[in-house]
Ligand binder design. Structure first.
Ligand code: NAD
Length: 335
């Protein structure tokens, strides 16, 4: 039987990278019936909202979605569709693996870490207000429930993937109550996993250490905002945003998406690297239990990148989005 999966193409380069990923996933042999629904800037005029109800309903019904990036206006305008989707579906764990691929021009060759970011609260709860004309206040929410849940998720992931260490990242020296509570929860949950090494680190020191010696880290778990920032930093360590996949996981479903944005300047030109979206699809196949197909897609992507003859501009090549997907599909046929 085919899996029924929601596909949200998104804005900017989204339609191009999701189409490339869809073709690669279809060629993996796993039967998928895609339910394509549109969200983002382009549907604002039609529905008066970037996240129409039928999009949420589709993801709730199918429980699994592949999503392209969606533009969020800076400073003013509508709230992030991405944040709204994660909150509405309670997709509490944002999992962002960062891995070196051979052949990618980059300063490091031995990075293999997973960032686990709390996805529902912290400064992303969206509570901001003006205190008079000249001061703005943002509310940072950290709860025991969400903190324990995300740290437990990180340890379970570490166990499943045979990882050796979990590092909790925080700023509890300054944010004594909020990050202090997160750290207290992390220490408590860590006691249930004596087989996995545990340490904690202040986010500024973590940033330096990641740049200095990323190979020393394995699974990193942190509140929402630090996770957003450090996962882009980590993507930069291995060759950029075009390579970094992500998953938003909840108890009742999951949305897979690249960590990059809609890159409006590159939109519609067949230039964007679809690797991050294809690898998000690989995470989706693993989530569905289609391990063999997932391995085949990942190996084919790694081979095309290693050969370096048919790669996109960000990896030093001149191959288009569509043609990169063609090369991956050809390679899959050989494996
Ligand atoms: P961006 O990720 O779109 O772009 C940053 C840089 O990376 C640009 O130079 C871009 O050309 C490059 N880049 C990104 N993806 C690439 C790819 N696949 N191949 C090659 N190069 C790639 O970040 P931004 O410019 O800060 O954001 C643009 C819009 O995307 C904003 O509206 C932002 O809110 C939104 N955004 C959405 C998501 C999401 O949907 N999950 C995530 C991040 C940003």
């Amino acid at each position: 039987m085919a899996y029924r999966i929601t596909l949200i193409p998104g804005d900017g380069i989204g339609p191009e990278v999701t189409e490339a990923a869809r073709r690669v996933l279809d060629a993996s042999g796993v039967k998928i019936e895609w339910e394509v629904v549109e969200a983002g800037e382009k549907v604002m005029g039609q529905y008066g909202t970037p996240l129409p109800d039928h999009v949420l309903e589709s993801v709730k019904r199918n429980k699994v979605a592949l999503k392209g990036p969606i533009t969020t206006p800076v400073g003013t305008g509508f709230r992030s569709v991405n944040v709204a989707l994660r909150q509405a579906l309670n997709l509490y764990a944002n999992v962002r693996p960062v891995k070196s691929y051979e052949g990618v021009p980059s300063r490091y060759t031995n990075v293999d870490l997973i960032i686990v970011r709390e996805n529902t609260e912290d400064l992303y709860a969206g509570i901001e207000y003006m205190a008079g004309d000249d001061a703005a206040v943002g509310v940072k929410i950290i709860t025991r429930k969400a903190s324990e849940r995300i740290v437990r998720y990180a340890f379970e992931l570490a166990r499943r993937e045979k990882r050796r260490k979990v590092t909790a990242v925080h700023k509890a020296n300054i944010q004594k109550l909020t990050d202090g509570l997160f750290l207290e929860c992390a220490r408590k949950v860590a006691q249930d996993y004596p087989d996995i090494e545990f340490e904690d680190m202040i986010v500024d020191a973590m940033s330096m250490k990641l740049v200095q010696s990323p190979e020393n880290y394995d699974v990193l778990v942190m509140p929402n905002m630090y996770g957003d920032i450090l996962s882009d930093l980590a993507a930069g360590l291995v060759g950029g945003l075009g390579l970094a996949p992500g998953a938003n996981i909840g108890e009742d479903g999951a949305v897979f998406e690249p960590i990059h944005g809609s890159a409006p300047k590159r939109a519609g030109q067949n230039l964007a690297n679809p690797t991050a979206t294809i690898l998000s699809g690989v995470m989706m196949l693993r989530y569905l239990g289609e391990l063999e197909a997932a391995d085949r897609v990942e190996k084919a992507v790694a081979k095309v990148i290693k050969e370096g003859k048919e790669v996109t501009y960000d990896l030093g090549g001149s191959t288009g989005t569509k043609e990169f997907a063609d090369a991956v599909i050809r390679e899959m046929e050989r494996i």
